[in-house]
Design a protein around this ligand. Structure first.
Ligand code: PEP
Ligand code: MG
Length: 576
């Protein structure tokens, strides 16, 4: 048995077999072959095996994902069925007497180069990516190694990976994937946020877990504490299972608060909202007692599709969320692509610092992204009549960016109205405060926006200069640092001074140490993963606002460090 510790990022306990999601070594040597016919036969066998793989994956994907997502595999099958390229590979084996691996790499490499160099043609660049994928699959068969594929998981496992991109997490089938553990990553990375909404435990930053486990190992994980046990003894396994039961009992207690109002001991009401990534999340949002949607991350709609979602696709998604929420407010964030969220069909230049780069609203109001932005705004405006819509712009640094985005919004609204398409009269427009520059001049923003929502996931990383995805600086990623707390209070006060409401949609809104402080600062709305709502409601019901105001004063003005703040909160939470 081996004990490891990482960052417990999504709550819950799981014990299951390991599924190693690690790309195998596909290196090979270029050699000359004597038996050409045998080499060609070897290549053809690899081709057939790849076709069979892809047919099976295609079938599975169609069951698990949407038809458009499954269609990616049709493109791969078409490449395999195209005789031009495969004949060229066989001809190369014949003429140069080289092994199939080399012939394959040479020929497909040539095609990839041609497609990639076709300037800004997105379609051709996609073809290059498809050929690369297919080449990898044939190569794996030639080398006798297996490519991991999460859509094919059909028994209970804990996924172990170096890292998971949000697009990987989007493919997790939580019927079988009981948890995931990664070598790297931080507690607010998007894969973790998705794990929370799927209610699967996640542990990140376990250093070299991928090199410590083997495919046949058993693993026990505790997402609440960050503990990981490889091949636990039966005693340890029982301990984990017992902790799992206890956690479920606690959850059952919180479940009783589903229809309760979120009021403090002294009767002050706070709004608890949910963060969602897709319209499918609504059922669990309502089930978990959320009063509204505080953040709809629309980029997942873009990430799950094979091409830009059309105005109609988006309209349907927004309409269904607004209708399902039945007049409760829904804050839709315009797309936040960039950073760790990439689109395979939208080619952005490689950047050294993508989190500080061309992303979110910066793309939306640019020449490159404006068309996409206008489509999204039209879809939102058309859907607005089905509920209570609020629109929020991400990654705003400058007042001018907000003004430009708002002007584009007004233009699209006017266009629709002249087309006689109805639009709601009650749409609020706000911004996310996630760049320190915007937080510092929140008083100016507050005069122009309808609301402010603090995005602490990014605000903390930018204010502390500590990458939210990097476990090596996770000690600097400090939500309770007095510097961060002062920044947050400043934003809340600035909003209130102008009569605007202020919310928070970063993970900090559900952090059990931060919540008492945020209550003391009079934050109006707390938006979080749906799975954290009842836990947070239970906590808020035990707090007294006057006492929490006193706590805030102590934390902001008399504490030097995050550790001191934690100790202070804990002292205030002990009921005498
Ligand atoms: C944030 O930055 O706090 C936020 C909610 O947005 P995201 O996590 O999607 O960057
Ligand atoms: Mg953000």
């Amino acid at each position: 048995m081996k004990k490891l510790k990482g960052i417990g990022a999504s709550d819950g306990i799981a014990v299951a077999k390991v599924y190693l999601f690690v790309q195998p070594d596909l290196s090979f040597k270029r050699i000359n072959v004597a038996d050409i016919d045998q080499e060609k036969a070897r290549f053809e066998a690899a081709l057939r095996a790849s076709t069979n793989d892809l047919k099976a994956i295609r079938k599975k994907a169609a069951q698990l994902l949407k038809e458009v997502e499954a269609q990616v595999f049709d493109a791969h099958l078409m490449i395999l069925a195209d005789p031009v390229m495969t004949d060229e590979i066989k001809a190369k084996i014949q003429e140069e007497k080289v092994n199939a691996e080399s012939a394959l790499k040479d020929i497909t490499g040539g095609y990839i180069k041609i497609f990639e160099n076709m300037d800004d043609n997105v379609y051709m660049k996609d073809r290059a990516a498809d050929i690369r994928d297919v080449t990898k699959r044939i190569l794996a068969h030639l080398l006798g190694v297996t490519l991991p594929d999460m859509t094919m998981i059909d028994k209970e496992v804990v996924v172990i990976a170096h890292d998971l991109a949000p697009s990987d997490t989007a493919q997790l089938n939580c019927k079988f994937v009981k948890a995931f553990v990664t070598d790297i990553g931080g507690s607010t990375s998007h894969s973790v946020i998705m794990a929370k909404s799927l209610e699967i435990p996640a542990i990140v930053g376990v250093n070299n877990i991928t090199s410590l486990v083997k495919a046949e190992d058993f693993i026990a994980v505790n997402g609440n504490t960050g503990e990981v046990l490889i091949n636990p003894t039966s005693v340890e396994k029982e301990k984990f299972l017992a902790a799992g039961k206890k956690f479920l009992a606690k959850k059952a207690e919180w479940d009783l608060l589903k229809d309760a109002k979120t009021v403090t001991l002294d009767g002050k009401y706070f709004e608890l909202a949910a963060n969602i990534g897709t319209p499918k999340d609504i059922a669990s949002v309502i089930d978990k007692g959320a009063e509204s949607i505080g953040l709809y991350r629309t980029e997942f709609l873009y990430m799950k599709a094979a091409d830009f979602p059309t105005e109609e696709d988006q309209f349907n998604a927004y309409k269904s969320v607004l209708k399902d929420m039945n007049k409760r407010s829904v804050i839709v964030r315009t797309m936040d692509i960039g950073g760790d969220k990439k689109l395979p069909y939208f080619h952005l230049k490689e950047e050294i610092n993508p989190f500080l780069g061309f992303r979110a609203l910066r793309i939306s109001i640019s020449k490159t992204g404006q068309k996409m932005f206008r489509t999204q705004l039209r879809a939102l405006l058309r859907a607005s009549i089905y509920g209570k819509l609020r629109i929020m712009f991400p990654m705003v640094a400058l007042l001018q960016e907000f003004r430009t985005a708002k002007a584009i919004y007004e233009e699209e609204k006017t266009k629709l109205l002249t087309e006689k398409i109805p639009v709601s009269e009650d749409i609020q427009i706000g911004i996310m405060v996630e760049i320190p520059a915007a937080a510092v001049i929140a008083d100016r923003f507050a005069k122009e926006v309808d609301f402010l929502s603090i995005g602490t996931n990014d605000l903390i990383q930018y204010a502390m200069a500590a990458d939210r995805m990097n476990e090596q600086v996770s000690n600097l990623y400090q939500p309770y640092n007095p510097a961060i707390l002062r920044l947050i209070k400043q934003v809340i006060d600035a909003g209130h001074k102008e009569g605007k409401w202020v919310g928070m949609c970063g993970e900090m809104a559900a952090d059990q140490i931060a919540v008492p402080l945020l209550i003391g600062m009079s934050l109006d709305e707390f938006s979080m993963s749906a799975t954290s709502i009842l836990k947070t409601r239970s906590l808020i019901k035990r707090l007294d606002t006057k006492k929490m105001e006193e706590l805030v004063d102590q934390a902001l003005n008399k504490s030097d460090t995050a550790e001191e703040v934690i100790a202070l909160v804990q002292k205030y939470l002990i009921v005498p």
